[in-house]
Design a protein around this ligand. Structure first.
Ligand SMILES: Cc1cc2nc3c(=O)[nH]c(=O)nc-3n(C[C@H](O)[C@H](O)[C@H](O)COP(=O)(O)O)c2cc1C
Length: 175
């Protein structure tokens, strides 16, 4: 089994990618291979050049579509932006092949925020989108709240989080 981890923002120096790397490391310690897809790697103009009438015709965006279709289990790392998911993540999803890109795939969601919610709203909004697209979302969602206090130098500093992340990964492997 190999799992795709999507780091869901294109913000420079984002923390989502560091959380994605942490999950990849933890998966590997359980013998599970993974690959990270970071939205920082998207073609810069994709919102205008890869969506709608250009869907499926963009040579640099198409590999992202193919990557999604080659995995059956996907972890989303999703930061809370303005009480929801980052806009670039929704635009990315809008650029995938509709309506079957996520059909019957399995998803685990990890939220992060500077505030106290840990991305609860972002997780809820993304779960709605994935369910609408016939994806199966793991109930056990991780909320990394107060990210600046609880995550430093690539490591979780809140001991309560470690057990929860471990449990979520175990649940997702069994899902
Ligand atoms: C555009 C924007 C909107 C944000 N909105 C929220 C918010 O609604 N609630 C919150 O707790 N944090 C908010 N934050 C803080 C981010 O959740 C926090 O900085 C997190 O680390 C961002 O993830 P990233 O580093 O992967 O971009 C916002 C940050 C940005 C850039």
């Amino acid at each position: 089994m190999s799992i795709l981890i999507i780091s869901g923002t294109n913000r420079a120096n984002n923390k989502s990618i560091k959380i994605a790397e942490l999950y990849a490391k933890k998966l590997l310690s359980k013998g599970i291979e993974s690959e990270i897809l970071s939205l920082t790697e998207l073609p810069k103009d994709f919102i205008f050049s890869a969506l709608y009438e250009n869907s499926g015709k963009h040579p640099e965006f198409n590999p992202f579509r193919e990557k999604i279709s080659s995995f059956s289990k996907i972890i989303f790392i999703v930061a809370e932006y303005n009480g929801s998911i980052p806009g670039v993540l929704k635009a990315f999803i809008d650029g995938l092949k509709y309506p079957d890109s996520f059909k019957n795939k399995k998803f685990a969601l990890v939220g992060l925020s500077s505030g106290v919610q840990g991305g609860a709203l972002a997780l809820s909004h993304l779960a709605d989108i994935l369910s609408y697209l016939n994806g199966n979302v793991l109930g056990n969602k991780m909320k990394i709240y107060k990210i600046d206090e609880n995550f430093k130098n690539g490591e979780i500093t809140n001991p309560n989080f470690d057990a929860h992340i471990d449990g979520q990964i175990n649940d997702f492997i069994a899902f």
